[in-house]
Design a binder for this molecule. Structure first.
Ligand code: UFG
Length: 333
C-alpha cells in the first residue's frame, strides 16, 4: 500500500545529475517522489526530502517490493551509463546497464501493474546527422554502443505498448547542462568529461586549461556545435510528459533541446564573460565519434507538451553551473 496521500512517481537514478533535479521538482510540484538508486555514480548528498531505496533497478525482486510498497502512477528512468567513449571500450557494460537492466525494470513494472514510463534517451540515437536541426523522424543510426543501447530500449518500448499496454514517453536529450538556480544541486561526474563543467573547473582553478577537441570542423569557427539545454528545462518536460501520460496519451518520442547551437569556442567565451576568469585553451585532436553539429528541432515537444524552456540562454545555463562549481571548489579547499 502506498504510504502517502500524494500521487507517487518512482525516480530510477534519482541520486544522479538529472534525476536529483527531477526528484526535487516532483516534490515541489506536489508529488511523492520515491528515489531508487544503487549509488554507483549517484550521490547520497543529492537526495532531497524524498523517500530513498538503495538498490539496482534491474533487480526484479527488489523492484517488485518497492513498486508494491509505493504503487507509483509512473516510473521515470534516469539510471544509465552515459559516456560515449566508455561505451565503445566497454559495450557489455552499456548493453547490461542500459538495456538488460531496463527490461528487468519494465518487467517488474508489468508484474506490479504499473504501466506508465518516462524514458531518458539521447541525441546519440541519431548518429551522424544528415539534416540539422534534427527532428524525431531523422534516421536513427547510432554510431556507438551508448546510442545503440538507448535505441534498443526505445524499440522495446514500442513493442511493450503494443503487447502489454505499457505507455511511455521517450525524451531524447541533446546536451544536458546547467544546475539548480539556487546553486545547491548540480553535475558531479567522476571523471568529468562534459564541456561546461570542465571549462568551469578551469575558471575555478581546479584545472589548468581546457582541451578543445578539434578546430577544423566544417562549422562557423571550426569547433563543434551543440544544443545545450538546462537541466531544469529537461525536468519541466518530464513533468509535462507525466501529465500527458496520466491523461491517456499514447506512446511517443520527443526531442529536448533549445534549437540553438553554440560552438565550443562560444561556450568558452561565454564562460569567460560569466566568471571573469581567462580560461586558457589548448588545441587537441578531434574526439572520435563527435559529429560537427547537433541541434534539435524540438517543435513537437513545444506543440504537444506545451514545453517552453525557461533558461534557453547559454550565459544563464553557465551562470547556474558556475554557482555549483564554486560550491564544489569551495568544498575541496
Ligand atoms: N569538448 C571539448 N573539450 C572537452 C570536452 C568536450 O572540446 O574537454 C567538446 C566535445 O568535443 C563536443 C562538445 O565539447 O564537441 C560537447 O561535449 P560533451 O562531452 O560535453 O557532450 P557530447 O556532445 O559529447 O555528449 C552529449 C551527451 C551524450 C550524448 C552525446 C550525443 O552528453 O549523452 O551528446 O553525441 F550521447
Amino acid at each position: 500500500m502506498s504510504v502517502s496521500p500524494l500521487p507517487c512517481v518512482l525516480v530510477a537514478g534519482g541520486a544522479g545529475y538529472i534525476g536529483s533535479h527531477m526528484a526535487r521538482m516532483l516534490l515541489e510540484s506536489g508529488f511523492h517522489a520515491v528515489v531508487v538508486d544503487n549509488l554507483t555514480t549517484g550521490h547520497e548528498q543529492a537526495l532531497c526530502e524524498t523517500t530513498f531505496r538503495q538498490g539496482d533497478i534491474g533487480d526484479r525482486a527488489f523492484m517488485r517490493e518497492v513498486l508494491r510498497e509505493f504503487e507509483p502512477q509512473c516510473v521515470m528512468h534516469f539510471a544509465a551509463a552515459s559516456l560515449v567513449g566508455e561505451s565503445v571500450a566497454e559495450p557489455a557494460k552499456y548493453w547490461r546497464n542500459n538495456f538488460v537492466q531496463t527490461l528487468n525494470l519494465l518487467d517488474a513494472m508489468l508484474e506490479c501493474g504499473v504501466r506508465q514510463f518516462i524514458f531518458s534517451s539521447t541525441a546519440a540515437v541519431y548518429g551522424n546527422p544528415v539534416e540539422v536541426p534534427i527532428t524525431e523522424q531523422h534516421p536513427q543510426l547510432p554510431i556507438n554502443p551508448y546510442g545503440n543501447s538507448k535505441l534498443a530500449v526505445e524499440r522495446a518500448l514500442q513493442d511493450y505498448d503494443r503487447a502489454y499496454g505499457l505507455r511511455s514517453i521517450t525524451l531524447r536529450y541533446f546536451n544536458a547542462a546547467g544546475a539548480h538556480p539556487d546553486g545547491t544541486l548540480g553535475e558531479r561526474h567522476e571523471p568529468e568529461t562534459h564541456l561546461i563543467p570542465l571549462v568551469l573547473q578551469v575558471a575555478s582553478g581546479r584545472r589548468p586549461e581546457i582541451a578543445r577537441f578539434g578546430s577544423d570542423f566544417p562549422t562557423r569557427d571550426g569547433s563543434c556545435i551543440r544544443d545545450y539545454i538546462h537541466v531544469q528545462d529537461l525536468c519541466t518536460a518530464h513533468l509535462l510528459a507525466l501529465r500527458k501520460l496520466a491523461d491517456g496519451a499514447p506512446t511517443n518520442v520527443y526531442n529536448l533541446g533549445n534549437g540553438n547551437g553554440h560552438s565550443v569556442n562560444e561556450v568558452i567565451a561565454a564562460a569567460r564573460e560569466v566568471t571573469g576568469h581567462p580560461i586558457p585553451v589548448r588545441d587537441a585532436p578531434r574526439r572520435p565519434g563527435d559529429p560537427p553539429v547537433l541541434v534539435a528541432d524540438a517543435r513537437r515537444a513545444r506543440d504537444e507538451l506545451a514545453w517552453v524552456p525557461a533558461y534557453p540562454d547559454i550565459a544563464t545555463i553557465i551562470a547556474h553551473a558556475w554557482l555549483w562549481e564554486q560550491k564544489l571548489a569551495g568544498q575541496r579547499r
